[in-house]
Design a protein around this ligand. Structure first.
Ligand code: CO
Length: 209
């Protein structure tokens, strides 16, 4: 007997439903992918990118990790970004955090969590950079704001990567967006932090000093 039969049943029904609507869907998709979007999100099971923006398979290239962090030296995320920008030629990179993020919560408490604390260190750094903005807020407000500040920080990290810098120098159209998803109501919030050139990056850096 197949293990996890329910998942295979779901898969059969899903593939059948798509083929009924569009018989060539999978044949066409098997030839190539041409997504316009790279999504960098949290691993949280409640934040499924394709469902949230209601796009079918083939439309979003994806990288997810705990608390949607892009570290300058993380070859995993950098490789995804490079492939997305240079080979797939995506036009939009979306960093999407979410309220109620366990990674953000863990970075705000003073408990030990083992290995993951080394990863959460990056978020603790974000907290340290913006300590003055968090002062005086309630615990819940702090968590929500840190979710947003973390997204803004990761947008900066992506923009400062050699990959995005080189793409802009080549004159490529490439926009880096910062969004936050609200698990409690299923809606996305645009942090209005889209950066599309080095001039805009410099402008934002001045504003955030
Ligand atoms: Co999360």
């Amino acid at each position: 007997m197949k293990k996890l039969k329910n998942l295979f049943d779901n898969n059969q029904a899903w593939a059948r439903a798509i083929k009924e609507k569009n018989p060539d869907f999978f044949t066409e998709l098997s030839k190539q992918q041409t997504p316009d979007y790279l999504w960098i999100g949290c691993s949280d099971s409640r934040v499924p990118e394709n469902k949230i923006v209601d796009l079918p398979a083939g439309e979003i290239f994806v990288h997810r990790n705990i608390a949607n962090v892009v570290v300058h030296t993380d070859l995993n995320s950098l490789s995804v970004i490079q492939y997305a920008v240079e080979v797939l030629k995506v036009k939009h990179i979306i960093v999407c955090g979410h309220y109620g993020c366990g990674g953000i919560k863990a970075a705000m408490d003073n408990n030990k969590h083992g290995l993951i604390d080394n990863w959460l260190r990056h978020i603790k750094d974000v907290r340290r950079f913006h300590e003055h903005k968090l002062e005086g807020l309630s615990h819940e407000e702090k968590l929500d704001l840190l979710c947003e500040l973390n997204v803004v920080e990761q947008v900066r990290n992506i923009c400062n990567s050699t990959i995005v810098q080189d793409a802009w120098e080549r004159g490529c159209e490439l926009h880096v967006h910062g969004w936050v998803y609200d698990i409690a109501n299923g809606t996305l919030k645009d942090l209005d932090d889209c950066i599309s050139s080095n001039a805009q990056l410099a402008e934002r850096n001045l504003k955030h000093q």
